[in-house]
Ligand binder design. Structure first.
Ligand SMILES: [Zn+2]
Length: 82
């Protein structure tokens, strides 16, 4: 009886957790996007990214692999505090 009552509850929770994590990651990305610009690795020009550009491009250790809007070359642009 107790187990049967708990199953729908835990099922609902396990469906919500990934959504919650994604929402948290999106909030985090939004914050980074608002507070950081990027320095082009090729020409040094500073530029900002749209939310989806920043969210969808590969990144590691404070660098984002993106195309520079100025020189048009792809590279690891360093994130810098705005
Ligand atoms: Zn550039």
């Amino acid at each position: 009886m107790v187990e049967a009552a708990l199953v729908p509850n835990s099922g609902g929770l396990s469906a919500i957790v990934p959504v919650f994590i994604i929402a948290l990651a999106m909030l985090c990305m939004g914050w980074i996007n608002r507070n950081f610009d990027y320095d082009c690795a090729n020409c040094g020009r500073r530029f900002s990214l749209s939310f989806w550009q920043a969210a969808l491009s590969p990144h590691m250790m404070g660098r984002e692999y993106v195309r520079c809007p100025d020189c048009g070359r792809r590279g690891w642009a360093a994130a810098v505090r705005r």
